[in-house]
Design a protein around this ligand. Structure first.
Ligand code: SAM
Length: 287
């Protein structure tokens, strides 16, 4: 183990190259090899800092093989730096398998800290930062996405999502359906870049904002949702479904009263939920 090389996990900028840290430049310059998510996209960064270190591709389609190649080199005493296209490797980016393997073999793994979109957005969101859940990208398939949102509906801490521009509206509309129109949300788009935009408001207001905005389907986005209200944790998914069914046939107070009898849930809680569901529907109709 004494002869092993070191694995450096190096963060790079999420847009503005001036956010590159001097220490990251030094390490990338000095290591034997840089393992890149995409060698071509990393070239711009490396050229900008005149770093001539040899690159090796470490991407989705070559994890297994590339992990073995990199581990062999480290075991021979070579120092390797891992970078992703932007931000901190492993955070919705490749690298986990490599770090796990290196850790298991007792290799020294050293982080070179820098940008991370989730943390940058959280730090300016104005939402509670004491404890948070990083959820990464929501699933592409609508049913899976809705299920994920159901699971975290009542989560009692701030929730951070990454989002791709062409799916952002669909995702926020599903958030509206499941988390409610009035839940607070923060959007950070294109941080540190030319069209940097921040929005703070409710889920309903964000939908309006994006629909009116000329660059709505462009750019990289972080969404941060405030924690669920006390009530959101209490109502089970099946009980909400029963309430919803009843609501389509009768008034909210009657639906809450019958749902309480069927499910044994608190009637007041069901009534509050019924009002929220009706508000969501009203908002959906007006769009
Ligand atoms: N590892 C990166 C990090 O540390 O943030 C994240 C990589 S992930 C593949 C890319 C996602 O990060 C984007 O889809 C977007 O959600 C978010 N992201 C990256 N750069 C961003 C930026 N400049 N502004 C807003 N979001 C950004």
């Amino acid at each position: 183990m004494a002869d092993f090389g070191i694995l450096y996990v190096v963060s790079t900028p999420i847009g503005n190259l001036a956010d590159m840290t001097p220490r990251a430049v030094t390490i990338l310059d000095q290591v034997d090899i840089i393992a890149c998510e995409d060698t071509r996209s990393s070239k711009t960064l490396l050229n900008r800092f005149d770093i001539k270190t040899k690159c090796l591709s470490y991407h989705e389609h070559s994890y297994e093989r590339a992990t073995d190649v990199i581990m062999e080199k480290i075991q021979k005493g070579e120092n390797i730096a891992l970078i992703s296209d932007a931000g901190t490797p492993l955070i919705s980016d490749p690298g986990f398998k490599l770090v796990r393997k290196a850790r298991a073999l007792g290799v020294s793994i050293i982080p070179i800290p820098g940008s991370c979109a989730a943390i940058s957005a959280l730090s300016v969101s104005g939402l509670n930062t004491d404890a948070f859940l990083f959820k990464g990208f929501l699933p592409r398939k609508r049913e899976d996405r809705k299920n994920t949102l159901e699971q975290i509906r009542g989560y009692q801490h701030t929730i951070i999502f990454y989002e791709s521009p062409h799916r952002v509206l669909d995702s926020i509309k599903d958030m509206k359906l499941i988390l409610g129109n009035k839940r607070k949300i923060f959007m950070a788009r294109e941080m540190t870049k030319l069209f940097e935009t921040y929005f703070s408001g409710t889920i309903g207001e964000l939908i309006e904002f994006i629909e009116k905005d000329s660059i709505n389907t462009k750019g990289e986005i972080v969404l941060i949702v405030e924690k669920g209200g006390e009530d959101a944790t209490k109502l089970k998914k099946d009980h909400r479904r029963i309430l919803k069914l009843l609501l389509s046939e009768m008034s909210s107070s009657k639906a809450a009263s019958i749902a309480a009898k069927i499910t044994g849930e608190n009637k007041k809680l069901l009534y509050k939920e019924a009002i929220m569901l009706l508000e969501n529907d009203k908002h959906a109709d007006s769009q």
